[in-house]
Design a protein around this ligand. Structure first.
Ligand SMILES: Nc1ncnc2c1ncn2[C@@H]1O[C@H](COP(=O)(O)OP(=O)(O)OP(=O)(O)O)[C@@H](O)[C@H]1O
Length: 302
């Protein structure tokens, strides 16, 4: 029925928020199974999980697979983890879309000083705390959610250091209201995501691949539009989209609708990985390379 992504800096109160939300949902009489998926469900240690990139990728992969297996029309799944990378939140959003369910993000926006202090207190109490090195690294790499992104919306913001974490906190109340609103509600702000052909078959081979694909192809389109406006509709020869990447060569003016259509088809072809199909491009540079090759090919024969 819904997927809730909790996100926030390390030691910002995410687990408290997840617990509070889950309890309040159960008490709301919403008739849904409520389940929290977090690192502790897999007995994963904080410091080990974030010790290096492979470990971190593994953690994200484990949580994502569990979310993928668990999302359904009759449960509310809460993912309690840092969920700090926007590409990863995009992937979780894709899982919700593929399942045709509601989606929202609950952001624990505690300021760094408090997170640091709470982490220290955890250490003093002998509870599992982040090491200083890992804590600072996670703080630095945090990608703040932005409600203008589909995958960060609707966004409910909680300020644990100002208002604590209670089931009366505005963000929790708003999230519950959003999650429990009747499906036939006339309210236009309740969104049930609709599966598309691409998401129904989507499987991810890399943490950021689909997000990167989306962004990288958009950048190529922007470069073409910009170059075409300077070339005043003439042919484009050798437009570069980055060092070491193939050049764009287009012999005629191509309008934005056609470019968008080609982009959509390309994403469908490469982002949709069936068991027999090729994996999606694994990073932005690769995605750009493949998309430029594809455009040069498609527009050459058009
Ligand atoms: N107002 C507060 N809001 C949030 N946490 C607080 C507050 N006051 C104290 N804390 C302490 O901060 C610690 C962090 O809480 P919690 O485990 O919910 O954070 P977290 O973001 O889930 O941490 P992690 O990043 O390790 O998963 C707890 O020990 C909690 O007691």
């Amino acid at each position: 029925m819904a997927l809730v992504v909790i996100c926030g800096q390390p030691c910002s109160g995410k687990s408290m928020a997840a617990f509070c939300l889950a309890e309040a949902l159960k008490e709301s009489g919403c008739n849904q199974t409520v389940r929290v998926i977090d690192e502790t469900s897999f007995h994963l240690d904080r410091n080990e999980s974030y010790a290096n990139m492979p470990a971190e990728k593994n953690l994200r992969g484990v949580l994502r697979s569990e979310v993928d297996r668990s999302v359904s029309k009759d449960s509310i799944i809460i993912v309690d983890s840092l969920n700090s990378i926007k590409g990863y939140r995009y992937e979780l959003w894709c899982l919700a879309r593929a399942a045709g369910i509601r989606y929202c993000v609950l952001y624990c926006d505690a300021d760094e000083t408090h997170c640091r202090k709470w982490n220290e207190e955890r250490r003093e109490k002998g509870e599992g705390a982040y090491s200083d090195k890992i804590f600072e690294d996670l703080i630095r790499r945090f990608e703040t959610p932005d409600r203008r992104n589909r995958w960060d919306s609707p966004l409910f913001e909680l300020w644990p250091h100002k208002e604590g974490i209670e089931n009366t906190s505005t963000a929790i109340v708003d999230a519950i209201s959003y999650l429990t609103k009747k499906a036939d509600s006339k309210s236009r702000d309740v969104k049930t995501l609709q599966p598309t052909i691409a998401t129904q078959n989507t499987r991810f081979s890399e943490a950021n691949s689909l997000y990167e694909l989306d962004r990288a192809t958009q950048e190529v389109i922007n470069a073409i539009v910009e170059a075409q406006s300077q070339a005043l509709g003439g042919p484009l020869n050798g437009v570069s989209v980055g060092q070491g990447l193939p050049l764009i060569n287009i012999s005629r003016a191509v309008g934005l609708p056609e470019l968008r259509r080609l982009r959509r088809t390309f994403i469908k072809l490469t982002g949709q990985t069936s068991l027999s199909g090729p994996p999606p491009p694994s990073d932005a540079e690769n995605a750009k390379r493949m998309f430029v090759d594809y455009l040069n090919r498609e527009l050459e024969t058009a």
